[in-house]
Structure formats: C-alpha cells, structure tokens
Design a protein around this ligand. Structure first.
Ligand code: DC
Length: 233
C-alpha cells in the first residue's frame, strides 16, 4: 500500500460530472505549476475497453477485477492526456489505445463498471501511486477528493449546466448534441447514485460553476484557490 507520508504536498483534486472541463483545467494547472496531472477516469475507461476487447462481460465483477490486476494494460501520465497502452496478444509489443478510450461510448462503459466496489478497490492503489515521487499532482475524476486523496490540501469541485457540458463534448467529438446530452445525463445519474464512492462534493472543496466561464477564467479562479490554500496568499 502507498504510504500516505510519501504523498506529494502539492496535491490538488478536481472532481465533477462528465464534461465539466476537469481535464482542461487539470492540464493547464499542471503546466503552469510544473506538476503532473492524471485523469483517474482513464483507469475505468481502459479497463472497460480491455474487457470488451478480451470478451469479459461488463457485469462480471470477478472477471473485471482479474483483468484490472493483470499486466496486459497500463496507464501513463502525459502532459496532454493520460495515455493507455495494451499488450498485444503476442506479448512482444504494446498498442496505444488512448484515442479510443476517450470516446463517449467507452465513457458509458466505464461508468457501468465503476459501480463495482471490487473494481474500484482494484484500481485504487495504481491511482494513488501517481502522487508518489512527483513535485505536484492534479488528480481529476469523481472520488479524488473523497476516496483516492482525502488528505489533499486543495479540493475543487467543477460543475457546469448540462447544456454547456453537452455542447462542449459535442464540439470536441463532432457528434450530435442531443445524443451526447442523453448519454451524459444517464452517466451522471449512475455516477452520483451508485453505492460505492458516488460523485459528491468533497468536504472542504471549493465549487466552481463553469457554465458561463471561459477556460481562462476557470483557471484564474482555480489558481486563486491554490495560492490561498497552498501558500496562504
Ligand atoms: O472522467 P471520465 O469521463 O473519464 O470518467 C469515466 C467514468 O469513469 C465515469 O463516468 C465514472 C468513472 N470514474 C469513477 O467512477 N471514478 C473516478 N475517479 C473517475 C471516473
């Protein structure tokens, strides 16, 4: 188990619903402070994607846990996006599946398997390891401030109106707005009502509603929070 004492002091969590702008904010903050960032959703997306590839049923918790603990896939931190690699079946090389895992359909599959306590437990240690040996980390997801890093000195909850979130994702992925919104509403409901680590505002978190804000404004607001909480400015 990761020793909490080895955790970086510059730990920032960003939680919130789908497409609220968590990745854009985390990436920008990490760049401006010279830290790392991780999308913890990439772990769930990767596992859901591998399960489909390997024919493991998305309702088979034990099979999913076995796959989570196997070494046939891995997550790598990157300045732009949290990347995912799969071992090819001949074991000799890896395939970069980063582009595939960020599709909305994989997001829905990820939300489905994230309901399982066993699955969450099996991914937790690898998610915590992202904070070890780095100067600073911005971790984004649904339970970063509540379960993965409850000791984080800075917690942000980023939200936005459903319309703005759907519009944002539809533009990014060049897809039908109404369909994306339907999938997001369903995913948010699933993520916030599940028994295991539901999406909620962590205690002590600062809430930012980005509905009518540009990315620049959200970043400015978050930087203000970081300065106040980390440096007392
Ligand atoms: O942040 P994302 O859209 O990449 O996440 C995909 C799904 O993974 C999300 O709908 C629920 C699950 N997830 C989770 O349960 N806990 C996290 N910390 C991150 C993601």
């Amino acid at each position: 188990m990761t020793d909490p004492k080895t955790f970086t002091p510059n730990l920032v969590t960003v939680d919130g619903p789908a497409a609220s702008g968590k990745s854009s904010l985390s990436r920008t903050l990490a760049k401006s402070f010279g830290w790392k960032w991780v999308s913890t959703g990439a772990f769930y997306r990767a596992l859901a994607y591998v399960a489909r590839q390997r024919g493991v049923d998305l309702g088979d918790e034990e099979g999913l846990v076995r796959l989570a603990e196997s070494s046939c896939w891995r997550v790598e931190l990157d300045e732009e996006r949290t990347r995912v690699y799969l071992q090819r079946s001949n074991q000799a090389s890896e395939q970069d599946v980063t582009d595939r895992i960020y599709q909305e359909s994989v997001g829905s599959d990820a939300s489905r398997i994230s309901q399982f306590q066993g699955v969450r437990r099996s991914l937790l240690e690898a998610q915590r390891q992202c904070a070890v040996g780095v100067q600073g980390l911005v971790a984004e997801g649904r339970d970063c401030g509540t379960v993965i890093f409850p000791q984080a000195p800075v917690k942000i909850y980023l939200t936005a109106a459903s319309d703005s979130r759907a519009q944002r994702r539809a533009q990014e992925q060049d897809q039908d707005w109404a369909e994306i919104q339907r999938a997001q509403i369903q995913r948010d409901r699933q993520d916030s009502t599940r028994k295991a680590a539901p999406l909620q505002i962590p205690e002590g978190a600062e809430v930012i509603d980005s509905s009518n804000m540009s990315l620049e404004q959200v970043v400015q607001e978050a930087e203000k929070i970081l300065r106040k909480k980390l440096l007392g400015l």
